[in-house]
Design a binder for this molecule. Structure first.
Ligand SMILES: [Zn+2]
Length: 297
């Protein structure tokens, strides 16, 4: 009998699950709120709740289980770091989830799950080397080559968002100054909007407005400039066959025309042509990728 694949995606506001059949068709999908302010035990209970719902939908049939999480588990300490679910940082969440669900799991960074899903059945499926870029609250990323995820010895592959591009820039949560994320993530752009425009507008609202006065235009140009530098650095380093954008800011059309020109301007060749594409799976990519991770291990 074909195996089924359950994926669970842990997010700052919601925990989502999906069940895929062996051909990666979605059989079931459900979500519950994370409610991380209620603490780590509550979040574990929410994970159990969504898992049992998925399990019930397939009448307890044999399945794999993959989990996508923000941040990653340190190879040295075995503890979660850099998660946007604050109450889970510093915990051995893979072990805790296995204990709670009474079964083995495979756990992976959520941007890696996004990239794997897009490379397998999304915008990247025709390309061998896929670099997935998340431009959401923060900037994450992942690398998939011939349908295999590259994790790296320090579990850092694809973490382009915390490369420093201006040592005199704004302070990032990672305690370095001027990371990519401080310029082109949602939070980074919102900090710039506050600093330069004295205006507490959201990054999405800023990018989607139809008219820009002089100072706004300057900030938008700066945003594209740093986007161009950041993505050209990826291209110059691994020359991917495609870059796929995800996250809340990835719907901004300017990234694919004016932004693209800035990327190509900074690439180290005369006729750059790396495609930069919008994701195909939208919000579902993370949870589908989590299910695929379980399938592959
Ligand atoms: Zn950083």
């Amino acid at each position: 009998m074909d195996k089924l694949h359950i994926g669970i995606d842990l997010g700052g506001t919601k925990i989502e699950s999906v069940v895929l059949d062996s051909k990666l068709n979605i059989l079931f999908r459900e979500r519950v709120p994370t409610e991380s302010s209620k603490g780590s035990i509550h979040v574990m209970n929410q994970i159990e709740k969504i898992y049992l719902k998925a399990l019930n939908s397939i009448k307890n049939k044999t399945h794999t289980l993959g989990i996508g999480t923000p941040g990653s588990i340190s190879k040295n300490t075995g503890l979660l770091r850099n998660s946007t679910i604050p109450c889970q940082n510093g915990l051995p969440i893979d072990k805790l989830i296995e204990k709670k669900l009474k079964r083995p799991i495979i756990i992976e960074n959520d941007a890696n799950c996004f990239t794997l899903a897009e490379a397998t059945i999304g915008s990247g499926k025709k390309f061998p080397l896929v670099f997935g870029v998340i431009m959401g609250t923060g900037c994450g990323g992942g690398i998939v080559y011939n349908n295999k995820l590259r994790v790296g010895p320090q579990r850092l592959s694809g973490e382009w968002g915390h490369s420093v591009i201006n040592p005199n820039g704004n302070m990032c949560f990672c305690k370095k100054k001027g990371c990519v994320s401080t310029y082109i993530s949602g939070i980074g752009l919102e900090t710039k909007i506050k600093q330069k425009l004295n205006n507490p507008s959201s990054s999405k609202k800023f990018l989607n407005q139809s008219n820009y006065h002089k100072k706004e235009k300057q900030l938008l140009t700066e945003f594209y400039e740093f986007y161009g530098i950041a993505l050209a650095n990826i291209i110059n380093t691994i020359d991917p066959d495609v870059i796929i954008l995800g996250g809340g800011l990835s719907n901004h059309d300017g990234l694919y025309n004016e932004g693209l020109k800035k990327v190509y301007k900074n690439v180290f060749c005369e006729e750059p042509n790396t495609p930069i594409l919008k994701n195909m799976l939208g919000d579902s990519a993370g949870v589908i990728g989590a299910a695929i991770i379980g399938k592959m291990n």
